[in-house]
Write a protein that binds this ligand. Structure first.
Ligand code: ADP
Ligand code: GN1
Ligand code: MG
Length: 362
């Protein structure tokens, strides 16, 4: 089936307003296939869900419905799930013997997503929004949420996955990335702090977003204030440190996640400060002293973790993250490892910044 026809047929199985007049690929997400659907009446986001990554789409969509209904009942702007004509939250269909899943959200108009921080204010606003989002999630009953990807931020487990991919070296690619491999191997013993802390109770288990990169937040196109946190697929029990660290990994860099010229890639402590100000302003009443202390380390940890995940995928033949060219995952690995090294070197300085922000708030 030709590709647009396939998506048009999927869209028409939903309770959408008007006739479909246009369908275009949309956004920069690495996981789901996202399309902008324009009808004679309005615009929608259609996603072919990635069932390779999310193996239980029924539980996933239950999570999304639970979360979005709870948020909108509090008057908080969020994704709106458009039901299918048979009143399901998503469409499951067979295409050439393979099961495919689709969902539709209302397109949230007059917003933008950023692929890179353009000014400090944007990053401060996103820190505040993800912090506030963390506060909303605090009232959720974690037992009603399925774990959509088990061990998602279990960094030591991610390390073992990396070692396994390296051992198999399926495509004989290890020879092209020895420097990156050595860097990860040398950092093996720096990755367990949060997982251990959660196990021994020194770090609280919370409900978290777990994928807080800047393009997972819609900002008002004029004011650049946050409108809605999106990409809710990974909301599940986790640590606040995951949400903080992952935002810093992506946003406190001077370059894009896939910048090829590493001379352009640096960790920017000023951007870290802007995000930390926004985030702490929202969570200072609930953050524990240990979490506060570990905010800088979490930036290192999540950057390392993502670098390892990109390299694992590169070594395994690019089966997880969407890529645009053959060594895209390797390019992404390199930016992450460079940032991780710079964050690692700045942890003490960042701790001083965080403590200062916190003292001004209490
Ligand atoms: P992925 O899981 O692949 O990252 P996302 O759900 O994050 O997919 O969607 C990809 C991109 O599509 C987002 O970064 C954002 O730019 C855009 N997007 C997603 N949902 C909406 C929406 N409801 N309204 C406007 N833009 C959206
Ligand atoms: C993926 O879905 P997206 O593009 O917002 C990934 C994150 C990574 C990120 C790296 C479910 O995020 O964990 O940090 O790519 N999401 C999933 O850019 O694996
Ligand atoms: Mg996304």
């Amino acid at each position: 089936m030709d590709y647009i026809k396939e998506f048009k047929e999927a869209a028409e199985a939903f309770q959408i307003d008007g006739e479909v007049v246009d369908i275009q690929p949309y956004g920069e997400g690495h996981i789901n296939q996202t399309l902008l659907v324009t009808t004679s009446k309005k615009r929608y986001i259609l996603q072919k869900m990635n069932t390779n990554v999310f193996s239980d789409p029924d539980s996933l969509m239950k999570n999304i419905c639970y979360v979005t209904e709870a948020l909108s009942s509090k008057g908080i702007e969020t994704l709106h799930v458009v039901p299918t004509k048979s009143k399901s939250s998503f469409l499951k269909r067979k295409n050439e013997g393979k099961e495919e899943c689709f969902r539709i959200y209302d397109f949230i108009e007059n917003t933008v997503t950023f692929q890179k921080v353009t000014d400090k204010e944007v990053f401060y606003n996103s820190g505040k929004a993800f912090g506030e989002f963390q506060n909303y999630l605090a009232s959720f009953d974690a037992s009603l949420l399925s774990e959509t990807i088990p061990n998602f931020h279990n960094t030591p487990k991610r390390y073992l996955d990396f070692e396994e991919a390296l051992r198999k070296d399926k495509l004989n690619r290890a020879k092209d990335c020895q420097e990156e491999i050595d860097f990860i191997l040398a950092h093996k013993n720096t990755l367990a702090c949060v997982v251990e802390g959660m196990k021994n109770g020194s770090i609280p288990l919370r409900v978290t977003h777990n994928d807080t990169k800047l393009n997972n937040i819609l900002m008002d196109e004029k004011t650049h204030k946050a409108r809605a946190v999106i990409d809710l697929d990974t909301i599940m029990p986790g640590s606040m440190l995951y949400d903080f660290g992952d935002s810093i990994r992506f946003g406190a860099s001077t370059a894009a996640e896939d910048e090829k010229d590493l001379d352009k890639v640096h960790f920017d402590a000023e951007l870290f400060k802007a995000y930390a100000e926004g985030f702490c302003e929202a969570v200072y009443k609930s953050i524990t002293p240990r979490e506060l202390e570990l905010l800088p380390y979490s930036a290192y940890l999540l950057t390392m973790e993502c670098g390892m995940r990109f390299l694992t995928d590169y070594l395994s033949g690019d089966t997880y993250f969407a890529i645009k060219y053959s060594d895209h995952n390797l390019i992404r690995t390199r930016t992450q490892l460079k940032l991780a090294k710079e964050v690692e070197e700045s942890v003490e300085e960042l701790q001083t910044i965080v403590q200062k922000i916190y003292k001004n708030l209490i």
